[in-house]
Write a protein that binds this ligand. Structure first.
Ligand code: 4NP
Length: 575
């Protein structure tokens, strides 16, 4: 086998610089990029010139406000376990916030107020620091809570505050009265809030059926749909909204998903961008800055105006050899066991003499694959595999009903959807041999697929996967205990049945295990037990523990250490 050739191509893919927009101030552009081989926070002028690295490997950053070159970021202080501290950066000066390190979910600020939400072993919390005062815990709960925004009167966020696995409510904390309330337009509906403008909240909700955008005016206790000047958006039938924010002058921008692509709008007008998926945008006067990528365009930052062409500010293009290895991409739907249609990406390879396929299972489980830059899929295609990546039940992007289909049944119906993806590969002659591969929830599916349906695969790759939900629950902090409670939706009896560790004897195919040493979401410990059982039972496996790494990928080296062993393994067992 020609490892050198594989490594050379992989090297080209993982080293492609990507650029993700954080926001725009009057004179600066803030972004995350891996140009220096780690995912770092940078700042430049609006045209991308005069780049300055602010900090290496932040886990999270706040947004910026137009009139001030200031933001907050968090840094891991636990070698990847995601216990983090927050720092304030303003005009080149960095100040550490006085706090206990915790898992942080979101940070937001308004003038000299800063608020963050996070999770300790015991509880999920919201902390507030007012100008020159102590760090104060203002809310604690067993549920998930994500702070979205703050202004001079309110802190707002969303969470599973009624402890219903299928609903989300809105959290409103009154900074003047020091009181909070939970708001929902209808009990049991799913609501996520993003931003506040003059005491009005912008949120997405399914309370009238399909997910739509709404405004809730806190002062007048009024709920209505935003009205837009532009009517372009009416021609689109979104299955989901991925981002929606107020601009600083109170206009609304949003990104809607239709099939597997995203479309960005400002005040109802469609914004120009290439075919693919915008993920975030920021507006300054009549200039719009967009984070954008597609399956063939790495994450870039574009600048545009309404009714105007676009200009790339920061971005990369694909090397010729890589581009030429990429074949046709199509979006297909296949019927699963119960007739449910499962949308999937089929990405064919152009590498000569390729005859095998990989079922790529995305993580989350509440996320999706789409027309955006995905180095793991690209690496497989360039290595000579056809890839089918299904948006199995539970995926985002197809409405709330579809997303909630895995609640109370993880590793049940969704695993059957993966089995039917494999049937699709066989029926359409996409692969003589078929392997399953995934990271995180995708790794969980690889483990479970190989013990529940041992005859359907030729090999499996499980990255940062789950083998034992019971042990994992014991090891989890408050946030991930709650995550699992929601995912199982009260069906705790299923935890045993959905854990590969209870069925090790069934596995028949070689499995490649890749796991970060310090993963605090999907911990290594149960996987080590699994490996011991594989060893005792004489199963064929290889295991790669990535030292000092956590669940989150923070460097190009992390990407190599996951993808290179996986590809070498797949080449050996699939050819
Ligand atoms: P993800 O990982 O696929 O990266 O979101 C997961 C982490 C934890 C759990 C599930 C998936 N969990 O149930 O705790």
């Amino acid at each position: 086998m020609v490892y050198l050739d594989l490594l050379r191509k992989l090297d080209k893919i993982v080293k492609i610089p990507d650029y993700h927009l954080i926001g725009i101030t009057k004179d600066k552009l803030y972004y995350i990029s891996n140009v220096d081989e780690t995912y770092d926070l940078w700042c430049s002028e609006h045209n991308g010139n005069n780049k300055i690295k602010i900090v290496s490997k932040p886990l999270l950053t706040s947004r910026v406000r137009k009139n001030r070159n200031k933001l907050y970021f968090s840094l891991d202080v636990s070698k990847g376990k995601e216990l983090a501290k927050i720092f304030c950066w303003e005009e080149g000066k960095i100040k550490e916030i006085d706090m206990e390190p915790i898992r942080i979910f979101s940070i937001s600020y308004y003038e000299d107020f800063m608020v963050y939400s996070g999770s300790s072993q015991q509880e999920n919390v919201v902390h507030l620091i007012r100008k020159d005062s102590e760090n104060e815990k203002i809310f604690s709960t067993k549920s998930w809570i994500f702070i979205a925004d703050i202004n001079k009167n309110f802190v707002i966020g969303s969470g599973t505050l009624h402890n219903n696995p299928k609903s989300m409510e809105i959290f409103i904390y009154d900074l003047n009265k020091n009181e909070y309330k939970v708001y929902t337009p209808k009990e049991g509906s799913f609501n996520t809030v993003s931003s506040i403008h003059e005491n009005k909240l912008l949120f997405a909700s399914n309370f009238e059926g399909r997910k739509k955008l709404y405004i809730y005016d806190i002062s007048y206790n009024e709920l209505y749909e935003p009205s837009f000047e532009g009517k372009d958006y009416l021609n689109y039938n979104f299955q989901d909204y991925t981002s929606y924010y107020f601009t600083e002058d109170g206009k609304v921008w949003f990104i809607g998903l239709q099939d597997y692509r995203g479309y960005a709008f400002l005040d109802g007008y469609k914004i120009n961008h290439p075919e693919g998926t915008p993920t975030f945008l920021d507006v300054l006067g009549n200039e719009i800055f967009i984070s954008f990528s597609s399956l063939k365009i790495p994450y870039s930052i574009f600048k545009t105006k309404i009714n105007n062409g676009w200009e790339k500010i920061l971005g990369s293009s694909l090397d010729k050899e890589i581009y030429e290895s990429l074949g046709e991409v199509s979006i297909i739907k296949y019927k699963s066991f119960d007739g449910l249609e499962i949308p999937s990406i089929v990405y064919k390879t152009n590498v000569p003499n390729s005859k095998n396929a990989i079922i790529y299972v995305h993580g989350g489980p509440w996320s999706h694959v789409g027309d955006f830059w995905t180095p793991s899929i690209i690496s497989l295609v360039v290595s000579g595999f056809n890839v089918i990546a299904p948006n199995f039940r539970g995926s985002t992007g197809y409405g709330e009903e579809f997303r909630a289909l895995d609640i109370g049944d993880p590793g049940g119906g969704d695993l059957k959807d993966i089995v039917y993806a494999r049937n699709y590969v066989k029926e359409n002659k996409l692969g003589e041999k078929v392997a399953i591969m995934g990271y995180s929830y995708g790794g969980f599916m690889s483990y479970l697929a190989t013990v529940k349906e041992p005859d359907l695969w030729d090999a499996a790759v499980a990255g940062a996967g789950v083998v034992d939900w019971e042990m994992m629950y014991e090891l989890a902090d408050a946030a991930f205990k709650h995550f699992q409670d929601i995912l199982f939706g009260g069906r705790n009896d299923l935890r045993k049945d959905r854990s590969a560790i209870n069925f090790v004897e069934k596995i028949k195919v070689p499995i490649c295990i890749i796991h970060p040493q310090n993963d605090s979401r999907t911990p290594l410990k149960p996987v080590l037990k699994y490996i011991e059982k594989l060893l005792e039972q004489g199963k064929t496996f290889e295991a790669h523990i990535i030292p000092d790494m956590g669940h989150i990928i923070t460097s190009i080296e992390d990407v190599y250490k996951i993808l290179f062993p996986a590809i070498v393994f797949l080449k050996k067992y699939l050819g």
